[in-house]
Design a protein. Structure first.
Length: 102
């Protein structure tokens, strides 16, 4: 019975690690700084999952799916906000609970 539990836990850890390899982790955001260009951000974080624009605010958004930690259950959604082509803020897109559980 103990071997089965150990194998199960090892399997879960391995699968979580695989997701971190696919999505990357949120620790990559520590390399960002205010005023960076879109090209610099993409150079650090890779291609975004999606891009958005809010013409009324004059903002552009790069949306990323990243694992919060290497052993997180699911990827979370993070947003980098640009104004006049420069980073003005970044972080988890939803401050409340993240609803993207896939």
């Amino acid at each position: 019975m103990k071997i089965t539990r150990l194998a199960f836990c090892a399997g879960l850890f391995f699968l979580a690690g695989c997701q971190a390899m696919i999505y990357g982790t949120a620790s990559e955001f520590e390399k960002l700084s205010l005023g960076m260009s879109k090209e610099q951000v993409i150079g650090i974080l890779g291609s975004p999952t999606s891009v958005g624009v809010d013409g009324d605010k004059g903002e552009e958004y790069l949306i990323y799916k990243k694992m919060k930690h290497a052993i997180s259950e699911w990827p979370r959604t993070y947003q980098v906000t640009f104004r006049n082509g420069k980073v003005v803020k970044w972080g988890e897109q939803y401050d409340e609970k993240n609803v993207n559980r896939y």
